[in-house]
Design a protein around this ligand. Sequence first.
Ligand SMILES: *[C@@H]1O[C@H](CO)[C@@H](O)[C@H](O)[C@H]1NC(C)=O
Ligand SMILES: *[C@@H]1O[C@H](CO)[C@@H](O)[C@H](O)[C@H]1NC(C)=O
Ligand SMILES: *[C@@H]1O[C@H](CO)[C@@H](O)[C@H](O)[C@H]1NC(C)=O
Length: 278
Amino acid sequence: MASSSSSSIPLLSIFLLCSAFISFVPKETEARAYSCVSSIISEKLFNDIFLHKDNNACPAKQFYTYDSFIQATNSFPKFGGTGSPAIRRREIAAFLAQISHETTGGWATAPDGPYAWGLCFKEEISPQSNYCDAGNKDWPCSPGKSYHGRGPIQLSWNYNYGPAGKALKFDGLNNPETVSNNSVIAFKTALWFWMTEQLPKPSCHNVMIGRYKPTQADIAANRTAGYGLVTNIINGGLECGRPDDNRVNDRVGYFKRYAALFNVSTGPNLDCAYQKSF
Ligand SMILES: *[C@@H]1O[C@H](CO)[C@@H](O)[C@H](O)[C@H]1NC(C)=O
Ligand SMILES: *[C@@H]1O[C@H](CO)[C@@H](O)[C@H](O)[C@H]1NC(C)=O
Ligand SMILES: *[C@@H]1O[C@H](CO)[C@@H](O)[C@H](O)[C@H]1NC(C)=O
């Protein structure tokens, strides 16, 4: 696994290697020897971002590792591998910010601030239901199984566990627990959600790399490109179309901190206060 050793490779060859790598790698190929993402985020930067993920107070202590993150990205070579260096850094910062909000252990006066506590949880605490949409016949729930939030993106609902498992080669409907006991699969479910378009929504990936093409309905709903639109894709029904939402502010706070660590601007439209949900 290429990791922090990449710092010894001159920048130009990293760029060429990554570009060549992307052009001949088929979609969702397993285990690659080289990840473009590891040339953008070193283990040190990863640990500076997730300052408290292994804190004793965090239930996910020692579950989410740099190596499992990099290994998961090898299945998604276009993630952090498309567009200019700044666009790649911004996409990775946005992804890490969103998963940080989903798993945050931070609070206003937390050590190192509220945005130093991403990846603290791997499983939703006190789920209010088993998140089974029984009306969904394509992805039928398995008796006794619960599809509550698990992993970095807090994957939820049978209609997400089913297709995620199919794409990533695990049985999401019968063994949803895999997402909270296999760190590589956990990261892969988050990347799968990020990369996969679920109509009428665009993919988070296409929004962050500038490939989102709004429909007439999107334009009428103020769904303009930016980090706020990614929030709308993830949880717009609950969080968008309302000013100054605490959850949205937390997502934005994480993104601002991470964008600074990646030396990249956040871009416009950070919130979704005036967007309708999908
Ligand atoms: C992890 O999840 C799988 C799939 O449900 C299960 O078979 C296994 O027992 C779990 N392992 C642990 C350590 O919880
Ligand atoms: C679009 O945004 C503007 C403010 O920028 C707001 O006045 C308007 O109500 C929004 N439209 C919708 C459909 O939310
Ligand atoms: C950001 O800039 C600092 C200071 O120049 C540098 O040390 C660091 O490696 C840069 N980080 C990234 C991800 O480019």
